[in-house]
Design a binder for this molecule. Structure first.
Ligand code: SF4
Length: 247
């Protein structure tokens, strides 16, 4: 396995301050991927015990809450093999620190139903991971302020709870705290909403008025130039939309 980078301090890819590793190699080739250079399996340097020792050394600080594994694609076959010794040694040394893994694969369909059957080391690897963020990055579902993920189709999965209960246990993202009290936030009357495809520039807005079915959830979102927008997430349409734009 090759790796593109090891970051000593990462506060974007998981809870708290973390050490992160970017492995090389990804066949997904998502549109507008930010790590295109890491699609090549030969990119970067070879990963071995020296890198594991370095990661463990970096993690040996109270302020580090865990390790994040990104790519490239950590669950490509060659990368799974390369990561097993890393996760085993990290968990042995720091049983209370978390391991997050970002993958373009689908947790149930690809990991549990396919890889678990085909690859002998998948189970050993997955059982050491606490949180998996799954699903490919989808540019038309990108929202710039999403926490710990690039597009809102990606899910944060509690791996241990899912394995123990034999069912998918999703966790709320930090940016989705607004959804936690859903009942309170559902307006009495469903508003008209305007779909928008980009929150970056007003002129890029494409809109359409519709009457959404319940439930709708509301958050406040601050645009550049101090514009404010009231957003709605509709599970029925699985889209983020704007209710109104306030100047
Ligand atoms: S899965 Fe990740 S690394 Fe691979 S192409 Fe998509 S965004 Fe890029």
């Amino acid at each position: 396995m090759n790796y593109a980078d090891i970051k000593e301090l990462d506060i974007q890819d998981g809870d708290g301050a973390r050490v992160s590793i970017y492995v090389s190699g990804c066949h997904f080739h998502c549109k507008e991927c930010h790590n295109k250079e890491a699609w090549d399996f030969n990119y970067g340097k070879e990963f071995g015990q020296a890198e594991i020792d370095r990661i463990i050394d970096l993690m040996d600080n109270d302020y580090i809450s865990g390790l994040s594994i990104l790519g490239g694609e950590p669950l490509e076959l060659v990368n799974q093999k390369g990561l097993v010794p890393l996760v085993n040694q990290v968990k042995e040394r720091f049983p209370d620190k978390t391991i997050w893994c970002y993958t373009g694969y689908d947790f149930e369909k690809d990991v549990l139903n396919d890889m678990y059957k085909k690859f002998p080391f998948t189970k050993e690897l997955i059982e050491k991971i606490d949180i998996m963020v799954d699903g490919q990055f989808e540019i038309d579902k990108k929202i710039t302020d999403l926490k710990f993920r690039g597009s809102y189709n990606q899910r944060k999965i509690d791996v241990k709870a899912s394995l123990e209960s034999n069912s998918l246990v999703k966790m709320a993202f930090g940016d989705e705290a607004r959804y936690e009290n859903r009942e309170e936030k559902v307006p009495a009357k469903a508003p008209k909403i305007i779909w928008i495809t980009s929150f970056v520039k007003e002129k890029e807005k494409k809109s359409k008025i519709i009457e959404p079915a319940q439930p709708v959830y509301i958050q406040h979102y601050t645009l550049p130039k101090e514009q404010k927008i009231e957003l709605i997430h509709s599970e029925e349409f699985e889209r983020i939309a704007a209710k109104s734009i306030l100047r």
